[in-house]
Ligand binder design. Sequence first.
Ligand code: GLC
Length: 474
Amino acid sequence: MWWQDAVVYQIYPRSFQDSNGDGVGDLAGIESRLDHLAWLGVDALWLSPIYPSPLADFGYDVSDYTDVDPIFGTLEDFDALVDAAGERGLRVLLDIVPCHTSIEHPWFRDHPDWYIWRDEPNNWLSAFGGSAWSERDGRYYLHSFYPEQPDLDWRNPEVVAAMQDVFRFWLDRGVAGYRLDAIDRLMKDPELRDDPPAIEPFGLPLTEEEAKLAHLYSGNAPDTGEALARIREACGDAFLVGEIYLPSAKWQPYLEHLDAAFAFELLFSPWAAEPLRQAIITTTRAPGAAWVLSNHDFGRLATRFGAENARAAAMLLLTLPGASFLYQGDEIAQREGPEGESRHDRAGRDRFRHPMQWTADPKGGFTTGEPWLPVVDPVRHNVEEQRDDPGSMLSLVRRLIELRRRLGSGLRLLDAAAGVIAYARGEYLVALNTTAERQPAPEVLGDVELETHPDALKEGKLAPRAGVVARALG
Ligand code: GLC
């Protein structure tokens, strides 16, 4: 299976590379940057949504699943991108949004029975706050996210058939798989019962409002597997990774049909050895964890864990067994941007989505026009300069991806000093110091193959915030 230990690079198409000077990234721009991805050594790229969209949720509100939004290009551009990627040994994954459409999708007008309606709202909450129900012509439709994103009824066979066609459409055009958006919200209680008050913590971060309820009925219904089986039926052996916003203990029914699930417990762990270790233990109880430390929703690696920990965090991400997902710009430790005056995303996620910084140019080489979101700090972080610098984050990430191919299968956690997380991958050992002080390194570390900083391992001690991949002694 090609995806087994793959590195998948997440592209946020609006912000990767603009080719026509309109300030918004596009498919031709992505194609022009494929050599960067091939040089970096990743296996696949995942494109956040490229479909026509009124942009209430920046593409996650789809108004036509089988076309490309003109801002990104055309279907021909897409085909050209898939071909050009293939020539470089890169696979293309799409982001698919099966839970809801845009309210402007013709289905909402032509097939209201494909959606979920109620005479009065129940107590379910939208992930973005407030009731999950909005009124239309005297009735209420369900939207697990923004009101512009009505939820599809996957118990309606016509919906299933229509979405199966969508999955097949892009597979026929050469995509290697899908990231399934918000898949834990696919199936809801058929009786639409109220969610009861929470009696135990959910296990992943929730808003204060959400944390008051146990999300027993508003998602993750017992027949989710039946819907996923229909998705799998349409997708054959394509790679399917689920965005399942549930603790990993609840993945099992999903992983009967999907290949992998994003390991949110690790993403939300503080940068400290013990919670990281616990998150790895929890999420690797069953196979299927896909590792991700940053994305367009939750922020950038170098900001979330602190710039001083970015190198060790990249080492962790890229030395775990299973598919690892790298968000564009994290390979140069790009920082989050400011939350600007002109808020594009109402949920406040613009700061995770600023343009990719290719050069030190004020526009970062991203566009010749006015970037849709400002370019943050291209002088400090850009691909061009880091490529030639053996000490750069970019060089480290590239060497990690290369070394990853030689790591053995499986993972064995090792005893280590407080503040240090250490594990074996076959003949190699990884040790990361999460603290600001020098810490004793595990004694079994042999020759260092790769280090996050010069002299990361010296006289049996790991430098602050540093990590090494070393040969195992003996
Ligand atoms: C997923 C996407 C997020 C989007 C939401 C609703 O969580 O990653 O960006 O807002 O689904 O589609």
